[in-house]
Design a protein around this ligand. Sequence first.
Ligand SMILES: CC(C)(COP(=O)(O)OP(=O)(O)OC[C@H]1O[C@@H](n2cnc3c(N)ncnc32)[C@H](O)[C@@H]1OP(=O)(O)O)[C@@H](O)C(=O)NCCC(=O)NCCS
Length: 233
Amino acid sequence: MKIYAVKISEISKEKMDELYELIDSEKKCRIEKFINTKDKIRTLIGEILIRTIVIDNLNIHNKCISFNKNQYGKPYLESYPSFNFNISHSGEYVLCAIDDKPIGVDVEEIKPIDCEGIVKSFFTEEEFEYIVSKELKFSLNRFYEILTLKESYIKCCGQGLSIPLSSFSIQIDQSKDIKVIKHNEYTQHAFKLFNIDSGYKVAVCSISKEICNNIIRLDQKCLIDKYTGVNIE
Ligand SMILES: CC(C)(COP(=O)(O)OP(=O)(O)OC[C@H]1O[C@@H](n2cnc3c(N)ncnc32)[C@H](O)[C@@H]1OP(=O)(O)O)[C@@H](O)C(=O)NCCC(=O)NCCS
C-alpha cells in the first residue's frame, strides 16, 4: 500500500493544454467543463498522479492505460484487477492511495460549515456523541474526522451513496482505534486518520489489516515534468 499527496498550485494555460493531450479525451472533456480553475487543476493532477503511479508500478506505457468505472462510478484500471486505487481532492490537495485490495481515501478542507443538519441527517447517535464533547460543545475537528472516515469507507466499498451514510457507524475508541459497525457487527475494514496540513483531514479505509504510516508527498512541478518526460521518451 502507498498513499501519495500533491499540493496543487497554478498551471499555465499552455501547460494545461499540453497535459490534456496526454490523458484520455473523455477526462479532458470533463475537466474542460469545470468553470472553477481549481476544480480543473485538482482533477487534472489526480489523473496525472494515478497515470504516473501506474507507469512506475506496472511498467505500462501511458497510451496503453485504460480506466473504466464500476456501476457506481468508482474508477479502476482495466486488465489489472489486483491493482486498486482511489483518488480524493479538496482545497489545495490531491490524494491517491494504491493497494492490492480495495481502498478508499478522502481528504476534506476543514471549513466552518453548518454541520448540525448533516450530523442529524447522516450520522449515527454514536458518531454524534463523539463529535459533541462531554460539555456538549460541537467539535468541527471531530466532525471532519467522522465525515472523512465515512467517505473513505464508502469509497473503499465503491458503491457510492447507494450505501446510506446513516447505515453504518464509525467508532473511535479511547486509544484512537477506528472501526466500522454495520448491521450490529464489526466489518473487516481498517482505518487511519492523517494530519496532512492544518485545516485538512485525511482518512484512509482498507481491507488490508495494516494501513501504512506515512504519506508520500510529491511536488506538483516534479510530477508534471516526470509525466511529460515519460511521454516524450
Ligand atoms: C463521488 C464520491 C465517491 C466522493 O465524492 P467527494 O468526496 O465529493 O469527492 P472526492 O474528491 O473525495 O473523490 C472524487 C474521486 O473519487 C473517485 N470516485 C468516483 N466515484 C467513486 C465511487 N463510487 N467510489 C469510490 N471512488 C469514487 C473518482 O476517482 C473521483 O475523482 P475524479 O472526480 O477526479 O474522477 C461519493 O462518495 C459522493 O458523492 N460523496 C458525497 C457525499 C455527500 O453528499 N456528503 C455530504 C453529506 S455527509
